[in-house]
Write a protein that binds this ligand. Structure first.
Ligand code: ADE
Length: 419
């Protein structure tokens, strides 16, 4: 089987980590067992451009159990877990193209290989595969019946393509499903970002001033976890509603130019570019640590930081580079400004990816069921999928909830009763 991974000898370690993750992915396992019987993807080709992690491997196992002919490539050059990539090839029969630390040419060569597969369904984390199919490979895009997008950044790109009339096939915003962003973006990003910062730096968070830029679901989760560890959290925002929400959640809100002077740790999660720029680096304290947990490595202006530095000492710790300024200050950049949670840690824990990937798998099946009848636009995940995944997740957690009585159902359906 064709593949491009670091070292197939790592497969045994990968299998152990995939099985460990599977223990915490009961909803996805339930779907896998049904797919094994029903084979909803028989005869279909799928290409997935996702972070190659133990959790993604369990999604791959679920899709292939359903009969899909699947090819996987990385959605970020630094997020691949090489042991998992090896296990996918050697143990689970999934042609995988992903090597942690791959250069940009290799990254795009791997995406081109996923296009060569001529997929009927695609899965993306950041829209790079759909972008390549749409712009460079119209002949391969012709066979796509639907495409699923996992992340906020990807959905923003897809909506921009939709507005310009560039979409070539229906796409589904998996990120926007409640079972995805309310849990994965908030609790997953919150925990895994702090995990990545701590693994990279070994810093004590308690008492530190942590500046979080962006108060979307990922920012909310990261602020919550940093505060829970004893940090003094400062939020920067451009959106007045979110700034107000952060204020009422108990955080201090101020412009970045003010926060830059007092922060010990800066975490960008905005989805936009150049959030930390030279004027901010100029203002930062000696020893300030900067990192990013947004999808692309554009949030920190790294060439601006390099331009200011007298010297750059790479790898003063694993995934930590020291930028030494002419005035004697040092600013530390984590994971080259790429997703710190997936580069320096293992990404979101399996039990939250269980819900995200259950939504992916169920939505892929929905695309097949509705083949030919979906308009070419950005679709929401059907509400029934969200409800089903939430109900099963609760059940696997041993949590029961109440049901409406008949009287309550009737009350909600009537407009008669007032005071
Ligand atoms: N995105 C964030 N965490 C992830 C994980 N563990 N696996 C796949 N994609 C992710």
């Amino acid at each position: 089987m064709d593949h491009d991974v670091k070292n197939l000898d790592l497969a045994a370690e990968g299998v152990k980590r995939i099985e460990w993750a599977d223990n915490n992915m009961p909803v996805l396992r339930t779907i896998r067992e049904r797919f094994e019987r029903e084979k909803p993807f028989d005869g279909l080709r799928m290409s997935a451009c996702l972070h190659v992690t133990a959790e993604t491997a369990n999604l791959c196992r679920t899709l292939t159990a359903g009969g899909a002919g699947l090819v996987l490539c990385a959605s970020n050059p630094l997020s691949t877990q090489d042991d998992v990539a090896a296990a996918l090839v050697a143990e689970y029969g999934v042609p995988t193209y992903a090597i942690k630390g791959e250069d940009t040419d290799t990254y795009y060569k791997h995406i081109a290989t996923a296009c060569d597969h001529k997929p009927n369904i695609t899965m993306d984390d950041g829209c790079d595969l759909v972008f390549a199919l749409t712009n460079d490979r119209p002949e391969d895009a012709a066979g796509v019946m639907g495409s699923l997008e996992e992340t906020t950044t990807g959905v923003i790109r897809l909506r921009a393509m939709e507005a310009k009339g560039q979409l070539k096939f229906p796409v589904i915003a998996v990120n926007d499903a409640d079972c995805k962003h309310l849990f994965d973006n908030r609790y997953g990003t919150g925990q895994s970002t702090m995990d990545g910062v701590i693994r990279a730096t070994d810093m004590l968070v308690a008492g530190k001033k942590v500046v979080i830029s962006g108060y979307g679901w990922c920012g909310r989760g990261t602020a919550m976890r940093a505060a829970g560890m004893g940090a003094v959290v400062i939020v920067t925002e451009v959106n007045p509603l979110r700034a107000l929400e952060a204020t009422m959640d108990g955080y201090t809100v101020m412009p970045m130019i003010q926060a830059a002077r007092i922060g010990d740790l800066f975490i960008t999660v905005t989805g936009d570019k150049s959030v930390l720029r030279p004027e901010h680096f100029e203002a930062m304290k000696d020893g300030a640590i900067v990192c990013n947990s947004g999808h692309f490595n554009v949030e920190i202006d790294i060439s601006g930081l390099s331009g200011l530095a007298k010297t750059v000492r790479k790898g003063v710790r694993n995934l930590v580079d020291a930028y030494e300024m002419p005035d004697g200050r040092t600013i530390y950049l984590l994971a080259e400004g790429r997703l710190v949670n997936l580069s320096a840690a293992e990404g979101h824990p399996a039990s939250v990816m269980d819900m995200s990937f259950a939504v992916q798998a169920m939505t892929a099946e929905w695309v097949v069921t509705n083949k030919g009848s979906l308009e070419i636009r950005v679709h929401d995940v059907p509400h029934e999928v969200d409800e089903w995944v939430a109900a099963l997740k609760l059940q696997t957690m041993g949590i029961e909830i109440d049901r409406l009585t008949d009287e309550q159902v009737a009350y909600l359906a009537s407009s008669d009763s007032g005071t």
